[in-house]
Structure formats: C-alpha cells, structure tokens
Design a protein. Structure first.
Length: 95
C-alpha cells in the first residue's frame, strides 16, 4: 500500500489482507523497518466479548496499577469496577 507521510516521519502501511507472516518477517521485522498494520483485529473475538458490562461483571473486584505517585513512586492501584465507572463519567481534558 506504500507510504503515508506526516510532518514527523514516513511509515509504511500494510493491510493484513495482503500481508503474510513470512512477508512481514522478511520485509519489516528482519530489517527493523517500522510498519503500521491495518485491519488486523476485525475478526478478533475480544471486540465482541470484552465490553464494559463483561469487564465489570467478570473483573470488577480485581485491582491493577493505573499509575505511580510522583513523589514516592509507589504504585497507584484501582479496581476494575472503579476504573470503569471513572471512564464512564470522566470529562477531564487531562485525567
């Protein structure tokens, strides 16, 4: 598909419909060439199975690290339930 350019750099773009694993390895990975891959997740089951309701139902009580304290470098933990609620209600420009 060629190159797409912006003011910062040029990056090659390929669609997974036209790119095999071997082509990726030969043409990009082995040569350390950056590549933007398009259309790689359209059939991915997570797009259907992972949504706010499912995540809240199955993982609401689980904690994960969402950042670290700038002074103590201690991890800042949040439950998935609280994080999902925050995502649904947050209107901050810089949360």
């Amino acid at each position: 598909e060629g190159f797409e350019s912006n003011n910062y750099s040029r990056v090659c773009v390929e669609s997974t419909e036209h790119l095999t694993k071997n082509e990726f390895i030969e043409n990009y990975e082995s040569l350390s060439i950056p590549l933007l891959i398009r259309n790689s997740t359209q059939d991915w089951p997570a797009l259907i199975n992972w949504n706010f309701d499912t995540l809240e139902k199955d993982f609401s009580q689980y904690e994960f690290m969402c950042g670290e304290d700038e002074q103590t470098y201690e991890p800042i933990m949040i439950t998935m339930g609280n994080f999902l609620n925050y995502m649904k209600t947050n209107l901050d420009n810089n949360p």
